[in-house]
Design a protein around this ligand. Structure first.
Ligand code: HEM
Length: 181
């Protein structure tokens, strides 16, 4: 998803490249240097907001209850769908249009977004146990890739995006050009 979305947003990719190369000859990826990649953190967030690999999670109620301010009565045994993707794209939870792929939102107007508007790893007790590892892996992999290559949009047909629903939500059509630099 990162490769597809960066190929569609060259401004973001160039800004990210400037951060991860930093005009330095050294391509060192020490922990300190990785920590300094604030824009990359925002890019990872916007990719996970746009295309969360898990689009919904389910919960089964263990007691009857009424969600606050909803008027709905729920019963023990009911299954609840938590719509991760829909929450991340619902304009009532975001200051800037949620359809914009803009990493900067996480440093600016949407820095203090509603905590449950953006839950790619779910929330609460059963949230993803691998989330720190995943964020770290994404950071290393994307930084390394963008230090060395530029992804270009392969065109509206081969790089159409769309998605396949499997165990996770996968990109369907990804076709990019790769320029080594
Ligand atoms: C981008 C990568 C990942 C995403 C988006 C993701 C997302 C999620 C989500 C949404 C859940 C909650 C499922 C639920 O509430 O029913 C979950 C649970 C879980 N994830 Fe991940 N995950 C990722 C990577 C990983 C990795 C790398 C590991 C292991 C190293 C991992 C291990 C787990 C485990 C064990 C649970 C179950 C936790 C529990 O039920 O207590 N995940 N993940």
């Amino acid at each position: 998803w990162s490769i597809h979305l960066l190929s569609k947003h060259p401004r973001v990719q160039q800004k990210l490249k400037a951060e991860v190369t930093g005009g330095l000859v050294s391509q060192d990826l020490s922990m300190d240097r990785l920590d300094s990649f604030v824009y990359l953190d925002c890019v990872i967030k916007v990719v996970l907001r746009f295309s969360p690999p898990g689009d919904v999670v389910l919960r089964t109620l263990t007691v009857d209850g009424r969600p606050p301010n909803s008027g709905a009565q729920l019963f023990k045994g009911d299954q609840i769908v938590i719509p991760i993707h829909t929450l991340a794209r619902d304009s009532q939870h975001w200051s800037i249009s949620p359809d914009l792929f803009d990493p900067e939102r996480f440093l600016g107007k949407d820095k203090y977004h509603h905590p449950y508007a953006f839950i790619p790893f779910d929330g609460g007790r059963r949230q993803c146990i691998g989330q720190d590892l995943s964020r770290f892996e994404l950071k290393v992999i994307i930084a390394r890739l963008i230090q060395h290559v530029t992804f270009g949009d392969g065109g509206p047909v081969v790089n159409a995006g769309d998605h396949l629903t499997r165990l996770t939500i996968m990109p369907k059509y990804v076709g990019v050009t790769i320029e080594f630099n």
